[in-house]
Write a protein that binds this ligand. Structure first.
Ligand code: ATP
Length: 252
């Protein structure tokens, strides 16, 4: 499924937070980083696509306007992982993921649930109550709730913010593999520019509610754009394995 965003704007009351968000068609199999400084509008953007806040303009997933999707279609097609971690209640991690899978009434649910535990290497957490999980463990369960449904569009709001280095890589590898194998699309909010350079096909760099640059990560993440978007002086060097890496020197 492809995604097309045409002149998306979002306002909270009279405060316009996003305007003129337009993209070329985002093809199936794309992992797109959504970057920008605190308050740039990233969470607002994905919340509006997830149906939590109304948007102006048009957002089409394979020709279907997101805002007009019926609840079941939305549930089937969109996997939103919010920035806030799931509540620490007395449900078992397994029950939380099962409830996400059950909502789609698929006959192979048990297989899908086992598969997601294995893919994220979290089988050992299955029978822990949510309130006994650490922040990072809760974040993994939150991602598993989306992955178990194999949605066509992932909206991931800082899905690795609470994770250690090993889990960050596992999660990014899993998302990359999911997007490739299912031909889905993921919009991934992050503050880690190097992660975007390494894993993503495209970058949307937001600045004060507008697109500052969009496209291939190497072309979008120039030192000039980084300076404008983040108010830092940075260098782009090549690491020993030949990949570009951003080194931040100082605030401007
Ligand atoms: N519910 C709300 N009501 C009014 N203004 C809001 C609301 N939520 C966010 N905003 C404002 O919208 C702007 C964008 O916020 P948003 O959370 O989308 O930014 P962000 O890029 O995700 O930031 P961060 O990187 O800090 O998570 C900010 O100025 C914020 O104060």
């Amino acid at each position: 499924m492809s995604l097309e965003l045409n002149n998306i704007g979002v306002a909270y009351g009279t405060k316009q937070v996003l305007s003129n968000i337009t993209t070329d068609t985002i093809k199936p199999g794309s992992l797109v980083a959504l970057l920008g400084q605190n308050g740039a509008g990233k969470s607002t953007f994905v919340k509006s696509l997830a149906g939590l806040i109304p948007y102006q303009g048009h957002a089409y997933l394979e020709g279907m306007e997101l805002a007009k999707m019926h609840q079941y279609e939305r549930l089937k097609n969109i996997g939103y992982v919010p920035q806030t971690l799931p509540q620490g209640n007395s449900l078992l991690a397994y029950e939380v993921i099962k409830s996400a899978a059950s909502a789609l009434q698929q006959h192979n649910q048990e297989h899908l649930i086992e598969e997601v535990f294995e893919r994220l290497s979290i089988a050992h957490l299955a029978f822990y109550p949510m309130h006994k999980l650490s922040g990072g463990q809760k974040q993994m369960i939150s991602l598993a709730q989306a992955l178990v449904r194999h949605p066509k569009l992932y909206l991931l709001d800082e899905p690795t913010s609470a994770l250690d280095l090993n889990w960050q890589m596992q999660v990014l590898n899993t998302i990359r593999e999911e997007v490739n194998s299912q031909n889905s699309i993921a919009l991934l909010i992050s503050h880690d520019i190097n992660l975007a350079l390494r894993y993503c096909d495209q970058v949307i760099l937001l600045h004060q509610g507008n697109i500052l640059s969009i496209g291939n990560p190497k072309n979008s993440l120039t030192t000039e754009n980084i300076a404008l978007a983040y108010k830092v002086e940075a260098r782009i060097e090549t690491c020993s394995q030949g990949h570009p890496i951003v080194l931040v020197d100082k605030p401007i």
